[in-house]
Design a protein around this ligand. Structure first.
Ligand SMILES: [Zn+2]
Length: 171
């Protein structure tokens, strides 16, 4: 078994989580055929190169779930918690050509999330790039509690300017 940290709980606004209870969870992907079936329901989202970008989550059941890229992660994950959440792009053959941990709802730490993402993609049989192609660093401001995306290694709160910690701090 790969090293794994704790799963990530929802850390976003309560009203988004409440609204998400009204919607269906993401479409579960167990085999490559499931991805083909889901893709056939998303034809309007496929770009000129045949790529399809989606919201994804991997819950405690270690099941990959997909939803429209405009969907909230907390809805896709039926509230969570998750091992992984972000955006994923598949090419026409079902290969993962881009994947990120970009979920402001769960703010997953990339290095703690990727091992399970990789394991689940391998189990389904979907080729992937072996890492998050985009790694997002999330930190909560210790002063005003805003969720921040750290940009260019600038560890300061967007809202109040307070210094952000080096270590992930949503636990
Ligand atoms: Zn702040």
């Amino acid at each position: 078994m790969p090293f794994r940290n704790h799963p990530f709980s929802y850390v976003g606004p309560a009203e988004i989580a409440a609204a998400a209870r009204q919607s269906d969870p993401g479409f579960p992907i167990v085999t490559p055929v499931d991805l083909v079936n889901w893709r056939s329901s998303q034809t309007a989202e496929i770009d000129a190169e045949g790529n399809l970008t989606a919201t994804f989550t991997i819950g405690l059941d270690e099941r990959l779930r997909l939803a429209s890229r405009r969907s909230e992660h907390v809805a896709c994950a039926a509230g969570g918690p998750v091992w992984g959440a972000g955006e994923v792009t598949f090419d026409a053959s079902g290969k993962v050509v881009a994947i990120s941990n970009y979920s402001t709802g769960f703010c997953p730490e990339a290095k703690w999330s990727w091992p399970t993402c990789q394991q689940v993609l391998d189990q389904i049989g979907l080729p992937h790039p072996g890492k998050f192609t985009t790694e997002v660093t999330f930190r909560r401001c210790p002063a005003c509690h805003e969720r921040n995306v750290v940009k260019d290694d600038h560890y300061a709160c967007d809202l109040c300017g307070c210094a952000l910690p080096a270590m992930w701090n949503f636990g």
